[in-house]
Write a protein that binds this ligand. Structure first.
Ligand code: FE
Ligand code: FE
Length: 167
């Protein structure tokens, strides 16, 4: 990430998140399809719809900042998405794999929460208030998604342990 000014770094960070969200647009339908639990499947489908809005909000942010709408490969998200794909490839569908999918999805949400938290505080400091409002909306949705995943995991974990304790 080459940037020698605060504002320049802010734009680079936005490009990183923009690319990360676009990677998720491709990954979330696969996560939904791979889910055994109907609740988990519905959760991924809902978050896919939200993610489409996250992409649009970032496009709006670039426009407000008079910057071209552009992403730059987010290597961290690439790795997180690959881990989710690996879980799907290497294991049969079922409750235990759902536990793994939730773990992968929560890692993604935590990454997004960190990334949006960073750019939100930068935007506020520079008084880019309209951009900050957009970023904050998305940050709240990422947080809500993480909490929903925790709630689903309580149910899925218990059922997976009951079905296949392995001990
Ligand atoms: Fe997002
Ligand atoms: Fe998300």
């Amino acid at each position: 990430m080459a940037a020698d000014t605060f504002h320049g770094l802010f734009i680079e960070e936005l490009k990183d998140i923009y690319n990360a969200e676009k990677q998720l647009l491709k990954a979330l339908p696969k996560m939904a399809k791979a889910s055994f639990s109907e609740k988990l499947k519905a959760g991924f489908t809902t978050h896919l719809a939200e993610t489409k809005i996250h992409v649009e909000r970032l496009e709006e942010a670039f426009k407000l900042l008079d910057e071209p709408v552009k992403g730059k490969t987010c290597k961290a998200m690439k790795g997180l998405v690959e881990e989710g794909a690996e879980a799907i490839e290497e294991n049969d569908a079922g409750l235990v794999r759902d536990v793994q999918l939730i773990g992968a999805a929560q890692r993604v949400e935590h990454y997004e929460i960190a990334a949006y938290g960073t750019v939100l505080s930068m935007a506020r400091l520079m008084a880019h208030d309209d951009v900050a409002a957009l970023l904050d909306e998305t940050l709240q949705e990422e947080g809500a998604t993480d909490k929903k995943l925790t709630a689903v995991s309580k149910e899925v974990n218990r059922a997976a342990f009951k079905e296949s304790p392995g001990m």
